[in-house]
Design a protein around this ligand. Structure first.
Ligand code: G4P
Length: 298
């Protein structure tokens, strides 16, 4: 099974991002808390090498809290200022103080040069569907409404003045996933970030069944009242039976069952579930080993 992406506009997006990065102090990178490795593009590290780095584990409401805590520690050890957030229904206020913490050195440098209270400038980046617009709306809420009342204030870059210490670039930078890695493609497909038309729903349902039985035993049983088994196809058929998914001839409709299952997973109805676990502490020192472990999870 091949997962694809459409990188046509990515070169332009990358060039634009490189220009925008020159204007900012801090990069606020969003990843999906259910797949913090697969939804993160390492290129941003080189592109924004000398910027303060804030990493938001977004959609934390859908992820396994224990795994999220481990990922937080993992990325903090790499120098990020990390915080799990739920941009959709939770509070994102904490991000303000995280930006200030991340930019402490810059604030100090400015102070030594006699520059006081210059607002920090930040920019949001992340792969498609990770929640960038939702976060910007939640974070900037009233500030966006305010600028909206004054049409045509500025030409060129639009900054959202969040408060006296932070300004946010109003357009996020779009990063591209690491699609050369099939396991990464699979996980991005499972969370629903690839255009559905190019997906093989049944195969995704099968992979998810396999994963759930191994990593979250009891989740499928609790949701669908089925007996779990290691064979993903069998489990999918049992879900189809319980859900009465049948074609007009009476035959089980596995694709429909897979669709139900994926929808339930993507919307958190199977409980908080993460598809990736952070590499264990002792593997942090050996990046090659850590990478292998990150890849092996599905
Ligand atoms: P993008 O700009 O990065 O492309 O992503 P966007 O904000 O459009 O968000 C993509 C989807 O993810 C939206 O769902 C949004 O509601 C959802 N989302 C964003 N942040 C969170 C979060 O922290 N938790 C949860 N549970 N969902 C989040 P949608 O189904 O496309 O739209 P909608 O019907 O929810 O508006």
């Amino acid at each position: 099974m091949q997962y694809q992406w459409y990188p046509g506009h990515m070169t332009k997006a990358r060039r634009q991002m490189q220009e925008d990065l020159k204007l900012i102090d801090a990069v606020i990178e969003l990843v999906d808390a259910r797949i913090p490795y697969s939804s993160k593009n390492p290129d941003i590290q080189t592109m924004a090498a000398n910027k303060s780095r804030v990493l938001l584990l977004n959609k934390a409401d859908l992820a396994d809290p224990g795994k999220t805590a481990a990922w937080r520690a993992y990325y903090e050890a790499q120098g990020y200022f990390v915080v799990p957030v739920n941009s959709k229904t939770g509070s994102v206020k904490v991000v303000n103080s995280i930006i200030t913490q991340a930019c402490r050195e810059k604030i100090e440098r400015d102070r030594r040069r006699g520059i006081l209270n210059r607002p920090l400038r930040a920019m949001i980046v992340g792969i498609p569907n990770v929640g960038k617009s939702t976060f910007i709306n939640a974070f900037a809420g009233k500030a966006i409404a305010k600028t909206g009342n004054k049409p045509g204030v500025t030409k060129g870059k639009q900054w959202i003045r969040l408060n006296k210490s932070v300004e946010l670039l109003d357009t996020p930078g779009i990063l591209w996933p690491k699609f050369e890695d099939q396991a990464v493609g699979l996980r991005i497909a499972l969370i629903g970030s690839i255009n559905d038309e190019i997906l093989v729903t049944t195969e995704l349902g099968f992979e998810l069944c396999r994963f759930l039985t191994a990593e979250y035993p009891g989740a499928a049983a609790a949701k669908y009242g089925v007996e779990e088994c290691e064979d993903g196809n069998k489990l999918l058929a049992r879900i189809a039976e319980k859900r009465a998914c049948r074609k007009s001839g009476g035959e089980l409709d596995i694709e429909k069952a897979a669709s139900f299952l994926l929808d339930d997973f993507r919307n958190g109805r199977l409980g908080p579930i993460s598809l990736e676990s952070a590499p264990r502490a002792e593997q942090k020192k050996t990046p090659a080993g850590a990478k292998e472990q990150e890849k092996k999870q599905l």
